[in-house]
Design a protein around this ligand. Structure first.
Ligand code: AKG
Length: 316
């Protein structure tokens, strides 16, 4: 059974009402207006330059990780078709009847499967979203009982997409290694688990909300990852990141991916790079989908500041 209701079920049955458990009395921090946000965009990294070892782009990456903890990646080389197939598969899953989604429900206190984030108390505010989390790499971690295998195209789309994310992640990790004064495979060697990056994907669905001012699609959090790659709808904004004490909305660039530094990288870089708090808001016009690919060190691996970071690591 699910610890909390499906938000889609609530929207289907009583759309005009926002149940008390979803109302955030004090949403913290000022919000940067959409106008102002135009002049405050998160850095854009051209992945094709990174992959060629372009020094200026590497320096840009360094500043993005240091000053923002977030950046958008363009020219990443992942075919648009693969991104579109993935988004379509996720949309199709969340459009299934609740009875169908429920078959993949996660067990209480487990991370994998369909349902909400950890709900730790009866009093906790709930998020205006439904999600499914699946482990994707190493491939032997795939737990197919949580995969909607009867949904045409889902497995293929996720396998293809996760493979592309793994490749991107390897290249990003190699760049982070160099920026921390290590060899390209330095962080790979420090992550345990035989050097294979561990990957899990969370697919989020934010239904419309009649009172987006009262709720949050996902509550503020930082990611306990090495780093995270986010794919989102091109035409609906929702992600906001904390920057200089304000929430800055992130305008999606079509076909780009958003990358954010997670806690493990903040620790390994001895605080040089920042794992930034972020959240998602909803709107009353259009549902939104986002797909977060989390890259983790191995569970058993102890993480600490990389020794070379202060000696050889990039200084600003
Ligand atoms: C998460 O899945 O952890 C997110 O932060 C998703 C944010 C978003 O939907 O833009």
């Amino acid at each position: 059974s699910l610890p909390v209701p499906s938000i889609q079920e609530i929207v289907r049955s009583e759309f005009q009402l926002v149940p008390q458990r979803y109302i955030h009395e004090n949403k913290d921090g000022p919000i940067i207006s959409e106008d102002l946000a135009d002049s405050l965009e998160i850095p854009v990294i051209d992945f094709s330059f990174l992959a060629k070892g372009d020094e200026d782009e590497v320096q840009k990456l360094h500043l993005a990780c240091k000053d923002w903890g977030f950046f958008q990646v363009i020219n990443h080389g992942v075919k648009e078709e693969i991104l579109e197939k993935m988004k379509a598969a996720v949309a199709a899953f969340f459009e299934l009847p609740f009875q169908e989604n429920k078959k993949y429900a996660k067990a209480e206190n487990e991370i994998e499967g369909y349902g909400q984030n950890f709900v730790v108390s009866e009093h906790q505010k709930l998020d205006w979203s439904d999600m499914i989390f699946l482990f994707t790499f190493p491939s032997q971690n795939r737990n197919f009982k949580f995969w909607p295998l009867s949904l045409p195209g889902f497995k293929e789309a996720l396998e293809e997409y996760s493979r592309e994310m793994q490749k991107l992640a390897e290249e990003l990790q190699a760049n982070f290694s160099v920026l921390m004064g290590l060899k390209r495979d330095g962080l790979k060697r420090l992550q345990g688990g035989g050097g294979e990056l561990k990957q899990g994907i969370r697919m989020n669905y934010y239904p419309i909300c009649s009172r987006p001012d009262l709720v949050l699609g996902i509550s503020p959090h930082s990611d306990g990852t090495s780093f995270t790659l986010l794919l989102q709808d091109d035409d609906v904004t929702g992600l906001q990141i904390k920057h200089n004490e304000a929430w800055v909305p992130v305008k999606p660039i079509p076909n780009s991916l958003i990358v954010n530094i997670g806690d493990a990288t903040e620790i390994q870089s001895n605080g040089m790079y920042k794992s930034i708090e972020h959240r998602a808001v909803t709107n009353e016009k259009k549902p939104r989908i986002s797909i977060a690919t989390f890259m983790f060190p191995d569970d058993e691996q102890e993480i600490g500041p990389v020794e070379t970071v202060n000696i050889n690591g990039r200084q600003h």
